[in-house]
Design a protein around this ligand. Structure first.
Ligand code: NAI
Ligand code: MG
Length: 358
């Protein structure tokens, strides 16, 4: 939108989603005042256990038409297992969005923040700062396969990995484009071409092909086994890491785990062509164990807002929100319990909004 007006669908969902989303919106509204763009925000109550109780389904029948016109979906968390089984809530909502809106990029930062205790010894903020780019639609998570001779001694199960040229090339292009925007201009590909001898050599070949278009980018690759070890041993080696669906699933949990608490990590499910809205959500879930007490860490949700602003083209605002999170963490005055403090969700959210105004 050249006029810098963006339509945002807000879905808080369940549990702490309802507590952290208002803090995310608090910071987004402050960013809009400061940077002069407009967010047209519309809130929806579906994709929640309450909606399911009232309607017998997670989403209204017309959810696709309803959400498609939005520029982005700002999502909290879905899941309340005492009311709705988790596979029902997840397949009935989030996974529908990811598939129908062709959000083929899953993007997560791995960034050590000040004031957050990392399980990696002696690492300082600044040393660990990279992105994991996961292919989100094909690869190892396919529906191609089947069972034969079920229940007999001859029982056979097969599930095929599916890699299409379109699917591989588009995730690689996104990752190379991202690397291009970074200072280090370094891309690492996750492979396993020694063991998985058909699809992974193909992946490697597409990486080499794509690299031709990006001569400034320094490209390397690791087999997935040693790559996971290097995430822990040498996290400073990475800048942008691109991986297939399964490898990316593992790396995108391992990476953020190396940087501390689950409460601060954001993620994005992106449709880079912008044919459909992209979705921004914290990595954590609805946390029934702490929900309703106002003590959840809102930073994952607030950081999602920064990623969303970046996607919308509001780069300065995105960087300022991230800087406000960093300075608030460094000050250490308003931290939630998971970070060793006693602040409430709203106090930490307000502190970040105030830092943004300064
Ligand atoms: P969870 O992420 O909700 O909680 C795991 C642990 O981390 C809990 O002890 C929780 O208190 C803590 N935690 C999470 N977020 C926190 C925050 N912001 N501040 C402080 N502590 C935080 O994962 P869990 O317990 O496995 O799942 C709970 C529900 O959430 C389930 O219904 C699950 O299906 C759903 N879920 C939804 C996701 C989504 O919407 N994308 C992602 C993960 C789980
Ligand atoms: Mg996962």
């Amino acid at each position: 939108s050249q006029n810098r007006t963006y339509k945002i669908a807000v879905i808080a969902g369940d549990g702490i989603g309802k507590e952290v989303v208002p803090e995310g919106l608090k910071v987004l509204r402050r960013a809009q005042e400061k940077f002069g763009f407009t967010l047209e925000i519309e809130e929806f109550d579906f994709a929640s256990a309450e909606y399911w109780q009232g309607h017998g389904q997670m989403l209204p029948d017309d959810w696709f038409e309803l959400l498609k016109p939005f520029d982005a979906i700002y999502f909290g968390a879905v899941g309340w297992p005492s009311v709705v089984p988790d596979h029902v809530s997840l397949w009935g909502s989030l996974l529908q969005f990811r598939r129908s809106f062709d959000q083929y990029v899953n993007l997560r930062p791995v960034k050590l923040m000040p004031g957050v205790k990392s399980p990696l010894a002696d690492r300082k903020p600044g040393e660990v700062d990279f992105w994991v780019v996961r292919e989100n639609t094909e690869g190892e998570y396919s529906e191609v396969g089947g069972k034969m001779f079920e229940g007999t001694d001859r029982e056979v199960v097969i599930q095929e990995t599916v890699m299409s040229r379109t699917g591989v090339d588009r995730i690689l292009k996104f990752a190379f484009d991202l690397a291009q925007t970074r200072e280090k201009k370094h891309l690492t590909s996750a492979t396993k071409s020694n063991g998985i001898a058909i699809t992974m050599p193909y992946w490697d070949q597409r990486v080499e092909e794509m690299a031709q278009n990006y001569p400034e980018i320094d490209v390397d690759k690791f087999h997935i086994d040693i790559l996971t070890a290097n995430f822990v041993l040498h996290p400073d080696w990475f800048d942008v890491v691109v991986a297939s669906n399964l490898f990316g699933d593992i790396l995108s949990d391992l990476g953020p785990a190396c940087t501390g608490t689950i409460g601060i990590v954001p993620s994005a499910n992106i449709n880079p062509e912008r044919n459909f809205p992209s979705l921004f959500e914290p990595v954590h879930g609805s946390a029934p164990d702490i929900a309703g007490r106002g003590i959840a860490n809102p930073i994952g949700q607030i950081w999602c807002g920064s990623m969303m602003l970046d996607h919308l083209g509001e780069r300065d605002a995105a960087a300022a929100v991230l800087a406000a999170i960093e300075s608030t963490l460094a000050a250490g005055e308003y931290l939630t319990g998971d970070l060793g403090g006693t602040a409430t969700t709203a106090e930490l959210g307000t502190a970040i909004a105030e830092a943004l105004s300064r």
